[in-house]
Design a protein around this ligand. Structure first.
Ligand SMILES: C[S@@+](CC[C@H](N)C(=O)[O-])C[C@H]1O[C@@H](n2cnc3c(N)ncnc32)[C@H](O)[C@@H]1O
Length: 306
């Protein structure tokens, strides 16, 4: 069965698929898995028996779970996107139209709605239902006190997770290691908060490759708004041809951008594999590209550069 997924077990992340498939059973509250997962203590012998029991009695679930690509969505990356969005808002003085590629479940389409405590400063409503903490290093950004106005939100993913389906939310949670208590709690809360926003405001993450989505979203300038094409920790997964197609789309849309319909390319991506991620923003008209800061991919802290 797994050979059909990918002949290279490392590339297919087979171990991760297995761990998530069993974690998913635990999250559904199924015995014996629910009783064995952290914080409960479990012996190797108990886990071996539980894996054998899954192979014998949960084949339909395993067939489905092992066949699908691992999927994550880290809402803490909103703490890195926020200073970039403030940068665009301060530079343009306009409301923002957010277009995210590689959105996964769409958890990072709402950085303006969360309370983000950076230590040196904070953003978002004090009573926000989701609170994030991120250790800020460097100068406080210009415009930190200005509330962000977001006019529209749209996202795409090759394999979107539909949070309106309860079992899909559990599947997304199954990819976080269950002993990482802080991430587990943060993701569960982010799903609880975001799912109604997605549903009630009609913001679906479209099942579409990034290049096609970018071409559609940037086909015409949005008068009176700054369009922001944004992405976090996904560029490395795009084939070179798709990266080039998006760059060409941005260049063409950038040439059409005006002061009343500007365009930004905001991204949090490592410059080389395994390096710290860089938050960069290119803004048209003009096309200047600025390095705004650096962060580890899970954004416990953010080092501001400009
Ligand atoms: C590591 S995850 C990051 C998800 C999210 N951006 C975040 O930071 O939490 C990479 C995402 O990119 C998506 N992806 C990979 N190739 C893609 C493509 N060609 N077009 C759109 N999405 C893609 C994956 O499905 C996955 O959701």
């Amino acid at each position: 069965m797994l050979e059909a997924v990918d002949p290279d077990p490392l590339a297919a992340a087979v171990a991760l698929r297995w761990a998530a498939a069993l974690h998913h059973l635990a999250l559904r509250g199924r015995d014996p898995w629910a009783a064995l997962w952290p914080p409960a203590p479990a012996t190797d012998a108990q886990l071996d028996a539980a894996i054998a029991a899954a192979w014998a009695g949960e084949r339909a679930h395993l067939d489905r779970a092992l066949a699908r690509a691992p999927q994550t969505n880290e809402v803490q990356r909103s703490a890195a996107l926020l200073p970039g969005l403030l940068h665009v808002a301060a530079a343009t003085g306009l409301p923002l139209a957010l277009c995210e590629i590689g959105s996964s479940a769409g958890l990072n389409l709402w950085p303006d709605r969360h309370r983000i405590d950076y230590g040196a400063w904070a953003s978002g409503p004090a009573e926000a239902p989701l609170a994030l903490r991120c250790d800020w290093q460097g100068p406080v950004p210009a415009g930190a006190a200005t509330p962000l106005v977001v006019r529209s939100r749209a996202g795409c993913d090759l394999h979107p997770v539909d949070l309106r389906v309860p079992d899909e939310a559990l599947r997304l949670r199954s990819f976080v290691w269950p002993d990482q208590a802080e991430r587990v709690l943060r993701l569960a809360r982010a799903i609880e908060v975001t799912a109604p926003w997605l549903r009630d405001e009609g913001v679906a993450v479209q099942a579409q490759p990034a290049a096609a989505f970018a071409a559609a979203q940037l086909a015409a300038p949005r008068e009176g708004a700054a369009t922001v094409l944004m992405h976090t920790i996904m560029w490395q997964y795009l084939p070179a041809a798709e990266q080039q197609a998006i760059a060409a789309t941005l260049d063409a849309a950038g040439r059409r951008a005006t002061r009343t319909a500007p365009l930004a390319w905001l991204r949090l991506e490592p410059p080389v594999p395994d390096a710290r991620a860089e938050l960069r923003c290119r803004l048209w008209p003009g096309g200047d590209d600025v390095l705004l800061g650096r962060a580890h991919p899970h954004v416990a802290s953010f080092e501001a550069v400009a």
